[in-house]
Design a protein around this ligand. Sequence first.
Ligand code: SAM
Ligand code: SF4
Ligand code: F3S
Length: 438
Amino acid sequence: MQDVAPKNTLNKKFFIKTFGCQMNKNDSFLMCKILTEHGFKMVDDPAYADIFIVNTCTVRDHAANRALAYTSGLKNWRKEGDRILAVVGCLAKSNADDITRKLNHVDLILGPDSYRVIGNYIAQIKEKKVRIIDTRLSGETYYGIYHSPTTVVDFVSIMRGCNNYCSYCIVPFVRGQARSRPFADICSEIANLVKHGVKDITLLGQNVNEYNHDNLDFAGLLERIARIPGAFRIRFLTSHPKDFSKETVQVIKNHHNICEWFHLPLQSGNDRVLQLMNRKYTREHYRTLVEYIRQEIPNATVTTDLIVGFPTETEEEFLETISMVEEIRFDYAYMYRYSRRTGTKASNIQSLDENTIKRRLSELIPIQNEITKEKTSEMIGREYEVLFESAARGKASRGKTRGNKDVIVQTQIKPGEVRNVVIKEVKGHTPIGELVDA
Ligand code: SAM
Ligand code: SF4
Ligand code: F3S
């Protein structure tokens, strides 16, 4: 990357670097839309930008440190010309004081509820050479702002924030209380995406099962979205096992355009740890829910998130997470070691030593990886409905099954096409298939 481009090209051009989850990525699209409407233009090389936005994550220590180190490294970029550096998102909210004190080259610090006015703030900074900090949580839902899609796969936030206060988690503190968007707003955004050729839409929320607006619950919302005209597939992220209703399973079963992919974070397989985590379900509840899903929808894909080394977790309790992993046989799992987050309830409990936490994670990962491998191998010989998304190396194409598994075929297929594919082999972790109707 060059540090600076010719002066005359530096005018109202912005570059965004995004850390964190899909919610944050979606927020970057949102900022892009807001800034474009203010006459700014996005560029894909920061050398040509006069505004640099770092959209940050703070869910774990590692994510926070990465975003901080990245921002520290932008001192030279900031020095050149009349430039503005903005740090936004979850870390901006949790560490605004730190950033203000330690990173003098940052001009703008915005929390996740302040993006609507980002263009005005940038104009003020340009004009008055001031530093602006706005990390208020206002209950913003960004009503009426619909980003412009760039691919056939896209995302729509149906709610923002979270009220669950899982004892390890910083999200409720940085994104505020849960609030659901009205159906009319969600529907308009989906219709806009579909009009622009989007074929696969993931509904986003920290706990989508808690969606509630004007007495419309998540099952009702899904049903209404499934009836929106247009050929597109629907998914949703993330589900909370305590709130996942049987009605929702039935809606998924009854609508072919809703994909049978269930991302159901288990976090721990031990009841005492689950209680300390404030997850409000038991191992038995989780097991029964997955049994019900698999009984009603036999080809369901079930994925999860797991945390090892939660404060006070004993060896036996950790082994109960392993036994749940072996019993449920998740298609895929995101596995994390516990990371202490200041301000959360669990941060008041003495942490386990780092070596124990690391060792437990290193024991869990190969067990789940083997299950993932076996599950992927089971795809061989079976037929899947694949939505093609992009070209792959050497005249091949990449697409996704309804269960969210990446598949490659050695044929050129236009992004957006849905074709039936039989899986012939697995290379590395990727299933390779052939078109049924080639
Ligand atoms: N709302 C979702 C849920 O309830 O599962 C996702 C929240 S978070 C963005 C994604 C995952 O990060 C969580 O499911 C959890 O496994 C993990 N996570 C959150 N806080 C953590 C912490 N302090 N240490 C380690 N992992 C954490
Ligand atoms: Fe965090 Fe729990 Fe909310 Fe998920 S449901 S964002 S883990 S507090
Ligand atoms: Fe997402 Fe990280 Fe914020 S996981 S909600 S960007 S803390």
